[in-house]
Design a protein around this ligand. Structure first.
Ligand SMILES: NC(=O)c1ccc[n+]([C@@H]2O[C@H](COP(=O)([O-])OP(=O)(O)OC[C@H]3O[C@@H](n4cnc5c(N)ncnc54)[C@H](O)[C@@H]3O)[C@@H](O)[C@H]2O)c1
Ligand SMILES: [Zn+2]
Length: 347
């Protein structure tokens, strides 16, 4: 079990209120971005004692040192001491950065993650990875530090834009493919994102991610399972960054999962029909983005710059089953091309 509580569900805000009653903090700061201030704060604040607030600009482009300085500045102005608490109300950008700012201010304040996007509820808020982007490199500066608690209220998703919801859903699919064969069978019957039982799916994802993280906090072995779809997916995400065809994280990972599932099939780890099921389900939810031939050189270049590479080799995680995984598979250039060609062929 985690050393800290993860409250999930309709009563999670109530549980946070109770948890706070049992802890003494000199001050509390709720950090949010302007979207979560508009959509989430009013409801959330009803469950809190008196507190300060600080709002930052939304989006990945603000996940940097300058915004951290703003946060540290606000904490300093309000005379936050070591016995204070920071509550991060927002998506993965806010959680990663707010956690980083809290964990480094005066050598570390307690912080609580209250994720408000599907991606942050099923992925970013669990696992203790905190950080910011630096000089164009994603999550370049950061640390591992667990929060005091994670509070997941699925109703926050009601105001989340559909594309953001779908992006987070790619991670839900990933969790099934790497760790739950029967769950994967059941998931395939669920075809409409707007009617999904998010509470159940979030619990499922959090359980899988927590188990994997617990067995390997600093990412030397099993945690690499979570990289399925991400080696090729990240290279595509980076290639499209700042262009008109830019992709949300989950959209890129969905392509990566199709391509890496193809490599898994080629390696005899999954059957052809399992491969087709994976492709069909991903295509059902994610629109068909075409990867152009002229993008391939940059995509391959990005792959070879991945910070997870060892000794110049591109390593990736393949799925086995599905429901299981193989880490550290050395991925050749031809396999990347073949995987993306399979993605491009569709049906
Ligand atoms: N720490 C980890 O282990 C980990 C894992 C995966 C991703 N990440 C990080 O997470 C970040 C991406 O997170 P994200 O996808 O949540 O993006 P995000 O935080 O940028 O949120 C997406 C958008 O939705 C808005 N929003 C958030 N909640 C809302 C709500 N309830 N209603 C309406 N709008 C809302 C935000 O303001 C933002 O505009 C990346 O920086 C990535 O590096 C971290
Ligand atoms: Zn991801």
């Amino acid at each position: 079990m985690n050393a800290y509580p993860i409250f999930i569900g309709k009563d999670s805000l109530e549980k946070l209120r109770e948890w706070l009653k049992g802890h003494t903090y000199s001050k509390i700061m709720v950090l949010m971005d302007s979207h979560t201030e508009n959509h989430c704060y009013n409801k959330f604040s009803l469950f809190l004692p008196w507190h300060h607030t600080f709002t930052i600009s939304p989006g990945e482009s603000h996940k940097n040192l300058r915004t951290c300085e703003e946060i540290w500045d606000a904490l300093t102005r309000h005379q936050f001491d070591r016995k204070s608490l920071v509550i991060n109300l927002g998506g993965g950008v806010l959680g990663d950065m707010g956690g980083f700012a809290a964990a480094t201010y005066k050598r570390g304040l307690d912080f609580i993650q209250v994720p408000t996007t599907l991606l942050s509820q099923v992925d970013a808020s669990v696992g203790g990875k905190l950080g910011i982007d630096f000089q164009g490199f994603k999550n370049h500066i950061g640390l591992f530090q667990e929060p005091q608690a994670v509070v997941i209220w699925p109703d926050f998703l009601k105001t989340l834009p559909f594309l953001e919801l779908r992006s987070g859903f790619a991670e839900v699919i990933k969790h099934h493919l790497i760790a739950d064969a029967s769950g994967w069978q059941a998931l395939q019957a669920q075809k409409d994102l707007l009617t999904m039982d998010w509470e159940t799916l979030i619990r499922h994802s959090v359980q899988i991610k927590s188990q994997i993280v617990e067995s390997d906090f600093k990412e030397s072995g099993a945690r690499k399972a979570l990289n399925f779809g991400h080696t090729i997916g990240h290279a595509i995400e980076t290639q499209r960054l700042g262009t008109e065809g830019h992709l949300l994280h989950g959209e890129a990972i969905a392509i990566g999962m199709v391509a890496e599932a193809f490599v898994s099939f080629q390696q005899g780890l999954i059957t052809e029909s399992a491969l087709e099921n994976i492709r069909d389900y991903l295509f059902l939810h994610f629109s068909l983005v075409t990867i152009r031939q002229d993008e391939m050189p940059r995509i391959l270049q990005n792959l070879y710059q991945d910070k997870k590479n060892v000794g110049g080799e591109v390593r990736c995680t393949l799925i086995k089953g599905p429901g299981n995984f193989v880490v550290d598979y050395v991925l050749g250039e031809e396999e990347v091309k073949a995987g993306l060609a399979f993605y491009g062929r569709r049906k």
